[in-house]
Write a protein that binds this ligand. Sequence first.
Ligand SMILES: Cc1cc2nc3c(=O)[nH]c(=O)nc-3n(C[C@H](O)[C@H](O)[C@H](O)COP(=O)(O)OP(=O)(O)OC[C@H]3O[C@@H](n4cnc5c(N)ncnc54)[C@H](O)[C@@H]3O)c2cc1C
Length: 357
Amino acid sequence: MGNGQGKRVVVIGAGIVGASLAYHLADKGANVTLVEAEGIASGVTGSSFAWINTSHPEPDPIAQLRGSAIKEYRRLETQLPGLKIRWTGALSYSVMASGELQISGSQAWANLVSRSQILDLEPNLKNPPQSAVYVAEEGALDAVAATHALIAGAQAHGAKILTQTRVLGFVTQSAKVTGVETTKGIIDADIVVLAAGTGITKLADMLEVSLPIEASPAIFIRYKSQPNLVHTLISSPEMEVRQSSDGALLAAEDYLDDAMENQPAAIALRTAKTIQNELYGVVSIDPEWACVGLRPMPADGIPVIGYLPKVGGVYVCAMHPGVTLAAVVGRLASEEIIDDKASSALCPCRPDRFFQA
Ligand SMILES: Cc1cc2nc3c(=O)[nH]c(=O)nc-3n(C[C@H](O)[C@H](O)[C@H](O)COP(=O)(O)OP(=O)(O)OC[C@H]3O[C@@H](n4cnc5c(N)ncnc54)[C@H](O)[C@@H]3O)c2cc1C
C-alpha cells in the first residue's frame, strides 16, 4: 500500500488498460472508481489476439516501455492468482522475394533460429523458412480473463467497479475537472483517467481537447480445432496463429474493407484454408467466432499517456499494443498520478506533443 490514501481517482473504461490502471492505483491506496459503459472487457480487449509482443523494428521511441513489458507481467503473475499467461515464445518470419529473411533490429538478429530449430519448435509447419526470429521469453494471454483478474485485484484493494454506466460529461471548476457526469449520476474526482479505448477522442472532445486517435480495425478469429497443432505463436505473412490453453486455435488478420467477401466470417473461412495449407495434421478447423475489433491507434503510432494539456486533473492512456503495454503502463502511470514520480519511459508518449506550435 502506498501514499495514495484519500485521492479520489475515477478511471473511465474497463478494458485491459483501465483494469491495469485501477489495480495499480488501488494498490497504492487511492480511492478508485472504475466506470464502464458496458461490461468488463466489452471493448477491443474482448477481441484481442493478446500477444505480449516486445519486438519492433528500430528506431522504436517506446523501446524502454516495450522492453519492460515482460518483466511487469511476470511481477503481476506473482500478485494476481487469476492471471494466467502462456509463455510459449513467439516465432516470426517474413521472407523477401530473394528468399532472404527480412530482419530489422538488433533483438531480431540476436534471436535467429535455423530451419531445423524451427521444426523442433513447430513440427507441423509444412513450409518452414530457412531461418526465423524466435523470442523465447514472449507469450500471450486470454485478454478477457486477464482483465477480470486485474479487476478482482483492484476490488481486493477497495476499488469500486460500476459497469453499465456511461460517462456523459465532466464537471469542471476553474479549468480543472472535479468530477464525471454518468448515466447514474455525478462522481467527484481529484483525478480522472481516460482509459476508454477508441471512446477517448469523444471524451477529450467534451473537454475541447482534440486528440488524433483513430479507430483501427483488425479481425480476430477463434476456431474449434484439435490440440497441439501450434506450440509457440507463429507470425508469418501467411498467418498469425496461436493455440489457447483450452485448445482453441486463435488467429488475427488484417481488416480489408466492408465488402461481402471480406466480412469476418468469410475471412475466417479463407484463413482456415491457409492454416490447412501451412500446417500438417489439421483434421478439423471450424470457425467459432470472428469479429472486427477497433484498436485505439494514435496518429503517430506512439501511445498517448499523461496529463491532458489545457485542462487540469485529466490523465489519458490510449495505446496500441494495449495488451503488451497494460502491465508496465499501469504501474508507471499510477506512480505519476499518486507519487508525482515522472517516468522517463513515458516521455515520448506525452499528449502535449500534438499541441506544440
Ligand atoms: C484482432 C486484434 C488483435 C490484436 N492483437 C494484439 C496483440 O497481439 N497484442 C497487443 O498488445 N494488442 C493487440 N491488439 C490491440 C489490443 O487489443 C488493444 O490495444 C487493447 O485491448 C486496448 O485496450 P483498452 O483497454 O485501451 O481499450 P478497450 O478494451 O476498448 O476498453 C475501453 C473501454 O472503455 C469503455 N468506454 C468507452 N467510452 C466510454 C464512456 N464514455 N464511458 C464509460 N466507458 C466507456 C468501452 O466500453 C470499453 O470497454 C489487438 C486488437 C485486435 C482487434
